[in-house]
Design a protein around this ligand. Structure first.
Ligand code: SF4
Ligand code: SF4
Length: 77
């Protein structure tokens, strides 16, 4: 299952949430975020980046996807 925006609960009971936010209006489907993520958490669907929800727990918040996006369409929070 893929979502436009990913959301997960951080481990160890932290009240803070991790979000991978993709602004589809900015995404040009270049695949930069997809190829930069070491865990394949971002994928392309119909020419736009999406979050693979089932893999979101593997996100380390490394920020590579955000850094690689030429359109600044990805935000890791
Ligand atoms: S922050 Fe890092 S691990 Fe998380 S989705 Fe982006 S590239 Fe992948
Ligand atoms: S790097 Fe940015 S523009 Fe390229 S597919 Fe990912 S979100 Fe879209």
């Amino acid at each position: 299952m893929k979502l436009k925006n990913g959301l997960k609960v951080k481990p160890e009971g932290s009240p803070f949430m991790t979000k991978i936010i993709i602004d589809s209006s900015l995404c040009v489907g270049c695949g930069g975020c997809n190829t930069s993520c070491p865990f394949g958490i971002l994928d392309l669907d119909d020419g736009h980046a999406m979050v693979v929800e089932d893999l979101l727990d593997d996100c380390t918040e490394c920020g590579l996807c955000e850094e690689e996006c030429p359109e600044k369409a990805v935000k890791v929070e």
